[in-house]
Design a protein around this ligand. Structure first.
Ligand code: C2E
Ligand code: CA
Ligand code: CA
Length: 517
């Protein structure tokens, strides 16, 4: 048995081995220890160590790869979550919080020259009606279509967001006011086009507010001011682009103040009714009075309805206001009919009913109760409804109208000729009279074609089996002309302005015919 060469403890390989092990232990897994020619026990240990190092390196690399893969998955999940938190799921657009973040960033970057960040705030006109009447599936498709149209009308660098509901916003990172307006107009034009959704042809406009950012202005403030400008566009007939102006802020504040004051006015008996007679054109007897509401404001004096009825309608106060008008007017008619000094007249009470009232089933009950508690026959009450209130109407409106009709109250279309109702449509409505808008009469005398037009309108109304009342009669010539073409009823300053109750009561006591001289 050949003697194995004894190795000395000075063998330099031992030093190398030790060094190698130290390096491996320190994590340098690429380290390999050189094997000598001797191939003895020391080399065996060295080779074993190298193999272990090899294994360790493989295991380690695998581990590293796995960690990397996991990290990537985590990152992706994180990004997806962030995307979800920043995206509107229906349209895929950015959402409100993403928009606010981007706006803050754009503001922090500031503008250059007259180029500044700008925001456009868009709110669709009449979307609720589409949603209510055609259903949410179609409503969603409309929103998606609008989202696509807005996106196609803006530039690459602009951000389009859905703020919720039917409200969208666009961030223009650096534009001049003129550029911002041009982009806004482009969006308006893109959105209004007819869209075909599930075989339905729909059209939906938008109202838009534009706010050019002032340096250092906070995102929330900018968005609020864009909203005010958008609101202004709504108030100004919709479908427009309005640039924010500081005056608007004041107007909004005044409006908010008015909302609070109006609430008090309705409960605190600051409302008063004026009454304007409706006259039989041949005998000049009074056949009706229209109740017209005024607000006797503690500091401003008399405020006309055009100033507060729209606010009452927007804020939902109109039903309380309308309820008060109904009860007060009916009660007043009862008084005139029971007072021996005025009971000689026989006329009905006309009140203006707002579109919102037709949406409330309780309204039918309110009318029944008011009449019952005054002990008046329902035919003594005529409800005036504007064309638009009835035409935009839905099934509920139709139901209310029919119920009122069955109750026996009169129904009249007000402001006829200003809307877009076709005569054939009118024929289907349960109404008995139309009140022709005063603008039709005001052109009489100045426009040579007007007499022919008036005669034609009258014929159309008659052909539908309806009676006509002409409003806005301001002169004896107008009254005579209407009588000559066969009109029977009229109302206007020529006969009487709307009068406070005591004044009209005086007239009723002393006069049988109008105008009083
Ligand atoms: P409307 O129903 O068309 O009422 C007629 C308006 O024309 C009244 O204005 C009346 O003063 C005015 N007028 C009457 N004769 C003449 C005339 O010869 N020439 C001219 N230029 N104008 C005349 P007013 O009282 O300011 O009412 C405005 C509108 O406010 C009403 O228009 C009606 O839509 C609304 N309104 C008034 N009272 C109520 C109410 O109690 N409820 C609701 N919902 N709306 C009301
Ligand atoms: Ca009226
Ligand atoms: Ca009218």
């Amino acid at each position: 048995m050949p003697d194995a060469e004894p190795y000395s403890t000075n063998d330099p390989r031992l030093g190398l081995l030790l060094e190698g092990i130290v390096r491996l232990a320190a994590g340098d897994l690429n380290t390999r220890i050189p094997v000598s020619e001797a191939r003895d026990e020391i080399d065996a240990v060295i080779m074993g160590t190298n193999l272990l190092a090899e294994d360790l390196q493989i295991v380690y690399e695998e581990l590293e790869q796995r960690v990397q893969a996991r990290t990537q998955q985590l990152n992706e999940a994180h990004l997806a979550m962030r995307h979800m938190a920043m995206t509107d799921p229906l349209t895929g657009l950015s959402n409100r919080s993403a928009f606010a973040t981007a706006l803050s960033e754009a503001q922090a970057n500031g503008g250059q020259g007259n180029k500044r960040p700008a925001i456009l705030l868009l709110d669709m006109d009449g979307f609720k009606a589409i949603n209510d009447s055609l259903g949410h599936t179609i409503g969603d498709k409309v929103l998606e279509t609008v989202a696509t149209r807005i996106s196609s009308a803006v530039r690459e660098q602009d951000m389009v967001a859905r703020m919720g509901g039917d409200e969208f916003a666009v961030l223009l990172p650096g534009v001049s006011p003129a550029e911002a307006s041009a982009i806004g107009s482009r969006i308006l034009a893109a959105v209004v086009g007819v869209m075909e959704i599930e075989g339905q042809h729909l059209r939906c406009g938008v109202s838009m507010g534009l706010r050019m950012a002032d340096p250092g202005q906070r995102a929330e403030e900018l968005m609020m001011e864009a909203d005010i400008a958008m609101y202004e566009s709504k108030a100004d007939g919709r479908g427009k682009l309005k640039m924010f102006e500081p005056d608007m802020l004041l107007a909004r504040q005044m409006r908010n103040q008015m909302v609070g004051e109006l609430k008090e006015a309705i409960t605190g008996s600051q409302l008063v009714l004026y009454y304007q007679p409706i006259i039989r054109l041949d005998t000049r007897e009074i056949e009706g009075v229209e109740a017209l509401v005024r607000w006797n404001h503690p500091t401003r004096g008399i405020i006309m309805p055009d100033e507060f009825i729209p606010i009452a309608e927007e804020t939902g106060m109109i039903s309380d206001l309308g309820g008060w008008v109904l009860r007060t007017a009916v009660e007043q008619l009862k008084q005139w009919r029971s007072d021996p000094e005025t009971a000689g007249h026989n006329f009905s009470m006309r009140i203006n009913v707002s579109a919102a009232d037709l949406q409330r089933l309780e309204f039918i009950e309110d009318v029944r109760e008011a009449l019952a508690s005054a002990g008046l026959d329902p035919s003594l009450l005529v409800l005036e409804l504007t064309e638009s209130a009835v035409i935009q109407g839905n099934d509920l409106d139709r139901y209310t109208l029919n119920s009122l009709r069955r109750l026996g109250v009169g129904l009249e279309i007000d402001d006829f000729g200003t809307g877009y109702s076709s005569i054939s449509y009118l024929r289907q409505l349960p109404v008995d009279t139309v009140k022709v808008d005063r603008t039709l009469l005001s052109a009489l005398g100045s426009d040579p074609a007007q007499p022919a037009l008036l005669a034609a309108v009258l014929q159309l109304i008659r052909a539908c089996g309806l009676a006509a009342v002409w409003e806005g009669i301001e002169s004896v010539e107008q009254a005579d002309y209407l009588l000559s073409i066969g009109c029977t009823s009229g109302q206007g300053y020529y006969f009487s302005r709307p009068l406070p109750e005591p004044q009209l009561t005086e007239q009723l006591k002393h006069h049988r015919t109008w105008p009083v001289t």
